[in-house]
Design a protein around this ligand. Sequence first.
Ligand SMILES: Cc1ncc(COP(=O)(O)O)c(C=O)c1O
Length: 386
Amino acid sequence: MTQEHRSKSGFETRAIHAGYEPDPLTGAVIPPIYATSTYKQDGVGGMRGGYEYSRSGNPTRTALEGNLAALEEGERGFAFASGLAAEDTLLRTILKPGDHAVIPDDAYGGTFRQFDKVHKLWGIAHSPAAVSDVDAVRAAIQPGKTKVVWIETPTNPLLNIGDIEALAGVAHEAGALLVVDNTFASPYLQQPIPLGADVVVHSTTKYCGGHSDVVGGALVVRELELSEQIAFHQNSIGGIAGPFDAWLVLRGLKTLGVRMDRHCDNAEKVVEFLTSHSAVSQVIYPGLEEHPGHVIAGKQMKRYGGIVSFRVTGGEAHALDVCAKAEVFTLGESLGGVESLIEHPGRMTHASVAGTDLEVPSDLIRLSVGIETAEDLLADLDRALG
Ligand SMILES: Cc1ncc(COP(=O)(O)O)c(C=O)c1O
């Protein structure tokens, strides 16, 4: 399959083929795990295929990076050791002391902690704003200082929706970049770059990897110039994905489309079940008509995703009890794997934002709905809710 043919093909074809041609020597259809730190040179400076040392480049990682760029329709992809390593490299590339960033007022706790406890020490300020409120994001911009508008959509764990196209306009008017953390949607459900985003961030630990067997991160960049700066920083900082981790994420991406459709099918059934349950006070899912971001989600997402959050009637004690009683839903952090997970954001993933403006309700439960048999998931929730 030629590069040109591939760039015009559909999402699933790109997911399976982009980034790698069968090995010319063996015909291997899947890229080998290049477990090598260095490469024999044909004379001083005579690199074969551009590889000299695996921090700078490794063919398994190159295959993943090409695949991610094709799926997100960006200029270039970069694979990192974790989502937070990707974020750190990005922020060190695009911000300098004295700069300011607007971040979601319900950002993933680890992202908030990195802004608040790491980058702030080096003179980078940040202000939270609701991603669902374009005017609030505009108002949080500090003219001349704000260099990045950082959003998640849907957000974690409250599933708020930001209008990517409108927020790209707001960021660009102010001379800032729009960065979209696309972890929750995955490139199958949403592609921020064609909507105007400059950089897409992923925790590939989640849907991209898809099997809860790898921690990884990625950046996909819209334009060449910023791509070159990121490449320089990826090599200079060194937070790269190793070859085995890159191979696992690449393998996961090949089935992303079919997995996401099943995640969405099951999530829709779970939402229907929870909506009519007497022990549930609120179900939060962008696919629900009453969700404030429903129309925008429908405009920019193919479907509404596999994450469902809900609040229970009996307060925090009840929420903790449901988490303890669930069996098919495994109690655990993370999301996006084939298995269903349940967690209490207030005490688990979002404990680091307790006591701040980003604190989440204590009766909130987050589900990462997996791809098991839907009836088993509903029976498990019914039992756990009592
Ligand atoms: C939305 C989002 N972004 C970034 C991250 C950080 O990724 P990682 O845990 O791979 O460092 C996470 C992790 O949960 C996340 O949920």
